[in-house]
Design a protein around this ligand. Structure first.
Ligand code: FES
Length: 251
């Protein structure tokens, strides 16, 4: 090993962690997910994007001398010294299937599919454990009262990690209920976006992009790379009225 490499290794501070009660030493600064992997555990379920988006890695942990159960996304949260960890690959929460196209935009539809919403005892444990700070209990309240729009907006940040389900006294699958509210809102209540309809028309009916696609399909890999790297990119600070100089393929 070269001198510089051994120095770097010596400078890495190790911290103690406990996985299912067993002691391990891991480099400081790792996320909970990486600390578990460094300790020899393997993620087969409970890991997806590693970027805080997919919700697969919801987990709970404890700190020494503290009665609280903490919750987090394992891929987004740093392991602290003496933290007590485990893996939660999944918490059972069956999803109720429905003919989505055939249901109306009424909260009664959700009530029929998930009657357990009325078992909520307003303990707020679901809100407290949510790593995305979704006001889960309030969302269930909006669903009960028939306000699907409010429920959908308040549940926007839910990434379906399922930790709320693990804490619910009423044994309801909140994240499926919230997802259904969001789908009903998005599909049947929210105003339709005109620019989407225009773009779909340009693709399907006017076939505006067909010549460009045909042209691209005749190109070699190198030519495609050249076109891709030389394309005009929207500046980060562009306003809403920004348009590329070559706008012949805009819908
Ligand atoms: S792995 Fe996707 S949110 Fe953590």
């Amino acid at each position: 090993m070269k001198k510089t490499e051994s120095k770097t290794a010596m400078e890495t501070r190790m911290i103690p962690i406990y996985v299912m009660g067993k002691h391990y030493e891991v480099p400081e600064g790792l996320t909970i997910m990486k600390a578990l992997e460094y300790s020899g555990y393997k993620y087969i379920r409970g890991c997806g994007c590693r970027g805080g988006i997919c919700g697969a890695c919801g987990t709970v942990y404890r700190k020494p001398g503290d009665y609280k159960i903490y919750s987090a996304l394992a891929c987004q949260t740093a392991a602290e010294p003496n933290i007590h960890l485990t893996q939660l690959p999944f918490y059972p929460a069956p999803h109720v299937s429905c003919n989505y196209a055939g249901i109306s935009a009424k909260a009664e539809e959700i009530h029929k599919l998930y009657p357990e919403v009325f078992r909520c005892v307003a303990c707020n444990a679901c809100t407290k454990i949510c790593p995305m700070e979704v006001p889960v209990m309030d969302v269930i309240g909006y669903v009960k009262r028939g306000d699907i729009s409010k429920a959908a907006h308040e549940a926007f940040d839910c990434i379906q990690c399922g930790l709320c389900v693990s804490r619910c006294f009423a044994e309801m699958p909140q994240y499926h209920i919230m997802q259904l509210a969001r789908r009903i809102y998005g599909g049947k209540i929210a105003p339709k976006a005109k620019h989407n309809a225009d773009a779909a028309k340009a693709v399907k009916i006017e076939k505006k992009f067909d010549p460009m696609l045909k042209q691209l399909m005749t190109m070699s890999k190198d030519e495609l790379k050249k076109v891709y790297t030389s394309r005009e990119i929207e500046p980060e600070t562009a306003g809403d009225d920004w348009k590329p100089k070559d706008s012949k393929f805009l819908a």
